[in-house]
Design a protein around this ligand. Sequence first.
Ligand code: CMP
Length: 137
Amino acid sequence: TAEETLILVKPDGVARNLTGEILRRVEAKGYRIVDLKLVNADRTLLAEHYAEHEGKPFYEPLLEFMGSGPIVAVRASGNRVIEGFRALAGATDPTTAAPGTIRGDLGRDWGLAVQQNLVHGSDSTLSAERELGLWFA
Ligand code: CMP
């Protein structure tokens, strides 16, 4: 089933010049980029995006990190792209993310309070709709 997801290249990915490499993998897999922009996310947007994590120990460091530099926001489409991009991204922790995945190949544990793990991808059709509405209002 054709669907859409929100992909974010987080500030660490943009700062490390990995946007092209990350989007190359998305396109090589056969997914289509249907919208794309560079965003300096304000706190309001980030708080809405990460509402489910409010109160967790990494919440404040996460908002600070996500606001620390530009993010590339992408609307991508394809059959089962939500599940497919999460498979491309790999596990949250870059140390244990499988080699072959974006985080497994390119991510690194910097020993910080938040996982700087290069990318975000929506985790369900419901979150994809919600998140695309926030980032591409
Ligand atoms: P993301 O998929 O964007 O959603 C929440 C983010 O919080 C996650 O990627 C990581 O960047 C970060 N994160 C999740 N779990 C932890 C954790 N246990 N410790 C530190 N950071 C985390």
